[in-house]
Design a protein around this ligand. Sequence first.
Ligand code: ZN
Length: 298
Amino acid sequence: MTASPAEIAAMRRAIAISAAGFGGTSPNPPVGCVVVDSGGRVVGEGYHERKGEAHAEAQALAAAGPLAAGGTAVVTLEPCNHEGRTPACRQALIDAKVSRVVIAVIDPTSRGAGGAAALRAAGIDVEAGVLADEARVVLGPWLTAFSAGRPLVTWPYVISDQGITALPDHAEDAQVFRLNVDAVLRADGSVAEAVPGSHGAGILRLHHEPGGNPAEIASSLYGGGVRHLLLAGGLAVSAPFLAAGLIDRVHAYIPDGRPSRTPVALLPWPQVPPGFVITDAARVPGFVRIQAHRTVSA
Ligand SMILES: [Zn+2]
């Protein structure tokens, strides 16, 4: 049996609400869950907000209460199979007597047989791989960080006849970036939680040795729980990361208005660094914003 239209709709809702976990759940993934009853009606939904707090499935099952029995849990990532700070979600699903679980992405961190296998063993119908590509829009940074053993690194910058400089902190987009990442590395080498207190006290360990090389800094921050790092600075802070192939996404801000007569060929590269491809372009207040992704991981 493939996913029903109601389950597909529920999965898109689960993906959408899971993004509310950006900037809060690390080192856990941002996950969303929607429970629908046998008639296809939504009876509960939830998302993981931060480490140590209830997982998405537990939130959604609590909202659904007895209406979850006989229904379907639609979840963006395979339910966990191990007792940690919170009870295993596969057991919560079994206890709630759902008859079916629809999963987008199988958890690559599952130890041994994952939650999907345990649910099947308990007689629950499990469908995996539903809207997996769309779920990866939200889970992507966490998945990339896990496979690379370092945070996903995003670098916004302004490119003008002044050269390549930091996106000013007061720019509207700078605030948006901070909401969506765990930590910020500044031009002076300091690292801070992107939104103070967003991960709960003491969850992220941000210390790194001054003067460390970018790979060591990235790996040390990963060990401290950071899954998405923002570089807040111009070329000076980013050049070592670029050279080491450690920047995954760039956002270039080109001031709008009349084109400069200053030859931009003096810059080290045009608009986006070598090895990046443009994926989006938009006008934002004061700028044209070009987004680009690294095409191959280093
Ligand atoms: Zn869980």
